[in-house]
Write a protein that binds this ligand. Structure first.
Ligand code: NI
Length: 226
């Protein structure tokens, strides 16, 4: 499932992020790439552990913690501290798949990357190219979102970023380990959750709301890994 999450950050938060990022020192993006993706990756990145990375990462994690749509779709167990990248001057990232396991910097913890996220920090009219193209079962989906919006997609997908031919594309990217490892099971729970919310809103007295909520929680209990 590929899902757009609107309004992760407010316009003020995006402006604050851009101001801090515009003054930071960037490095070659290949520092976090695996052996195979290093050959395909051409961009700049804020070093992991950079103070701006930490400050903005905390802002993003706090925003996600308040976001019901994110919680419902991702059922997050752990979220990788957000990273930041920039593409300009024809830079791109060729087709690759993200590493399955990532060490959380400065901790002994690792996360399994079930979901990949890109949070756009540049308005789409400020650059040409830079589409995130994700291959899923039904073909390639091309994503270019307004600043402050985020796309969530299965980390198992092959994906690439097309060359940025004018302007600059600045984004945050990170991974989520979900309580539900399997994308199909996670998608079923998300659909069921949306259906329950609709019944609860339109027919609050209907007994099906309680019955279906029970099914949701009992499936979660069967499938969740903590
Ligand atoms: Ni990637």
């Amino acid at each position: 499932m590929l899902l757009t999450i609107p309004d992760v950050l407010t316009a003020e938060q995006v402006a604050q992020a851009r101001q801090l990022l515009d003054t930071a020192e960037w490095v070659d993006g290949r520092v976090t790439a695996g052996h195979q993706s290093a050959k395909a990756k051409h961009n700049a990145q804020l070093p992991e552990g950079h103070p701006v990375s930490k400050q903005l990462g905390e802002m993003i994690l706090a925003a996600l913690a308040r976001n019901n749509l994110f919680f419902s779709a991702a059922l997050p167990l752990r979220v990788f501290p957000p990273l930041f990248n920039s593409y300009a001057g024809g830079q791109s990232f060729g087709t690759h798949v993200d590493n399955a396991i990532r060490q959380i910097p400065g901790s002994g913890h690792r996360i399994r990357t079930d979901l990949s996220a890109t949070l756009f920090l540049t308005a789409p009219e400020d650059y040409d190219g830079g589409e995130l193209c994700v291959e899923d079962t039904y073909g390639v989906k091309s994503v270019k979102l307004p600043a402050g919006q985020m796309v969530l997609y299965p980390a198992t997908s092959l994906h690439h970023v097309t060359p940025v031919t004018s302007g600059a594309r600045i984004s945050s990217f990170f991974w989520i380990q979900s309580m539900i490892r399997d994308d199909g099971q996670r998608s079923l729970l998300f659909d069921l959750d949306l259906g329950i919310q609709r019944i609860a809103r339109d027919h609050p007295e209907h007994p099906s709301a309680i019955q279906l909520t029970g099914v949701y929680h009992n499936l979660l209990r069967q499938w969740a890994e903590m």
